[in-house]
Design a protein around this ligand. Structure first.
Ligand SMILES: [Zn+2]
Ligand SMILES: [Zn+2]
Length: 257
């Protein structure tokens, strides 16, 4: 199955785009880079958007997407997040100040553009096409979930933004069908202090985290900060030689099945 990497980096700069992953045309994970990476007909195919957390680099394009869909949508676009994520979206984004409340636009009896759907950590959501998504709570500065995306005989794991955690690796080690893991690496090692404070990984902490993985699967690094990109590429090559590849925005990943 194809995973289209709309955005793979930990910030925005010419040539670099924040996190968004499109699975099978209709399932989007995080909303950092949608409107500048897809044409309108592709945007209209998206039905499910899973948000790992509410940091701007993961929700930035949600409002602009809602605006584009207005008047073209045939049913509400489902936005999935934990209670914390949905509350923050309501209070601080779709609050009729920063941006209109697209869960009320257009007004009844018409269907709204957005529908917010609450996720419960460690409880899977079942989607058409025999797919399901399991939210896994990880360690970041705001409530954040990794996502295990499953389809018959296959799965992949997206760590979202996280510092060191055990539950992610417990889930990974239980899945014989795991086809890949997309892992946060945000700062170079000389900025370990800020990575620890911001609850992200560096190549050094990624190295110690990967010791918890007991299976041989492809590792894909994401969320490298554009300002330190080349330094981090070099550092990952030295710290984790022959372990994993760095995802790039615009890339397509074939995940089997
Ligand atoms: Zn974050
Ligand atoms: Zn982020």
């Amino acid at each position: 199955m194809d995973l289209h990497i709309l955005g793979a980096e930990g910030g925005e700069l010419f040539g670099y785009k924040p996190a968004s992953f499109l699975f099978q045309d209709d399932l989007l994970i995080d909303a950092g880079s949608i409107c500048s990476t897809l044409k309108l007909d592709a945007l209209l195919q998206i039905e499910h958007v899973f948000l790992s957390h509410t940091h701007l680099d993961h929700i930035k394009d949600l409002g602009l997407l809602a605006d584009l869909l207005t008047g073209l949508h045939s049913k509400p676009l489902k936005i999935y997040g934990t209670a914390d994520v949905l509350r923050t979206l309501r209070e601080h984004y779709f609050n009729n100040k920063i941006w209109p409340d697209f869960t009320q636009i257009p007004p009844p009896p018409m269907m709204p553009v957005l529908e917010l759907v609450e996720l419960t950590p460690m409880t899977p959501v079942y989607l058409p096409g025999e797919r399901s998504v399991l939210p896994i709570p990880v360690h970041h500065t705001v409530p954040t979930c990794a996502f295990l995306v499953m389809w018959p005989g296959h799965s992949f794991l997206y760590s979202a933004d996280t510092g060191p955690t055990d539950i992610l690796w417990d889930v990974a080690n239980q899945r014989d069908d795991l086809r890949g893991l997309i892992l946060d690496v945000a700062f170079p090692i000389r900025m370990q202090w800020i990575a620890d404070a911001a609850k992200h990984l560096t190549p050094k902490t990624a190295q110690s985290e990967l010791l918890k993985l007991k299976r041989d699967i492809p590792i894909y690094f994401f969320h490298l900060k554009p300002a330190f990109y080349e330094e981090m590429v070099d550092e990952l090559g030295k710290t984790l030689p022959d372990v994993g590849t760095i995802l790039r925005s615009g890339q397509e990943l074939l995940l089997g099945g």
